[in-house]
Design a protein. Structure first.
Length: 21
C-alpha cells in the first residue's frame, strides 16, 4: 500500500503543477 502510495503522490504533484494549483 505504501509503495503504491508513494508514486501516487508524485503523480498528484505533477497534476497539481500542470493545473498550477
Amino acid at each position: 500500500f505504501l509503495v503504491a502510495s508513494y508514486p501516487t503522490s508524485l503523480l498528484m504533484r505533477k497534476l497539481e503543477k500542470r493545473l498550477g494549483h
